[in-house]
Design a protein around this ligand. Structure first.
Ligand SMILES: [Zn+2]
Length: 215
């Protein structure tokens, strides 16, 4: 039983966040997407990310999934956030991951100004709502060149080194933090964030992403 289920229905998008088809009342996505999307199962759904105890991913980042997340992220369409967040929350529960607080890798202030919203924060809020957990900002990020222009893991890591600092560490000291992100590529971002949180007193860091790139 999820908290606030009835209330969520009021605001819930009536269109499938992956293909735009109209949905049955209360459905997260359409039957076709439920059947055909590249869902990750078993070991495939887990990513190895340094400093992150368990990192679970819901979908392969391809085709319809890529388009849906791209629309969500770059066109300011945030309607999918509810369904996306609930899919992530379901995967977290299925894996038996138990956290105390939900957080996300913050954008730099400049990036946030450019975009106008922080898609990972929107996801984290939905995940927190679904899991009935508090959502806390735990990280600040300073401006760095965009990761999306970089191919290699080494390059991405070097670019992020020291980019994150803990935001109000009293809020998560001794706690199990679940970091939520939209797409997991090399894991460099989550790893850098998790390392920062552990050094600042988090007990454990878990990760969850809507989609994962690669094979
Ligand atoms: Zn659909």
């Amino acid at each position: 039983m999820r908290v606030g289920e009835g209330l969520l229905d009021l605001f819930f998008p009536s269109k499938c966040p992956f293909c735009g088809k109209l949905l049955e009342k209360g459905a997260l996505l359409c039957p076709e997407c439920q059947r055909e999307l590249p869902w990750l199962t078993g070991e495939e759904a887990l990513a190895q990310v340094e400093f992150v105890r368990d990192c679970v991913c819901v979908l392969r980042y391809q085709d319809r999934v890529r388009q849906a997340i791209h629309g969500y992220k770059f066109n300011g369409r945030s309607a999918g956030g509810g369904a996306f967040g609930r899919l992530i929350a379901q995967a977290v529960t299925d894996r038996g991951i138990s956290a105390d607080v939900v957080s996300w890798p913050s954008l730099s202030p400049k990036r946030l100004r450019q975009r106008g919203y922080d898609q990972a924060r929107l996801l984290a809020v939905e995940v927190g709502r679904s899991l009935a957990l508090p959502v806390l900002r735990t990280l600040d990020k300073e401006e760095r060149p965009a990761q999306s222009g970089m191919e290699g893991q080494a390059e991405r890591r070097a670019n992020l080194l020291g980019a994150y600092t803990a935001h109000d560490p009293e809020g998560f000291r001794g706690k199990r933090v679940l970091l939520v992100d939209d797409v997991l590529t090399t894991g460099a971002t989550l790893s850098e964030c998790a390392g920062t949180l552990l050094r600042s007193g988090a007990e454990t860091v878990f990760g969850a992403a809507l989609a994962k790139t690669g094979k």
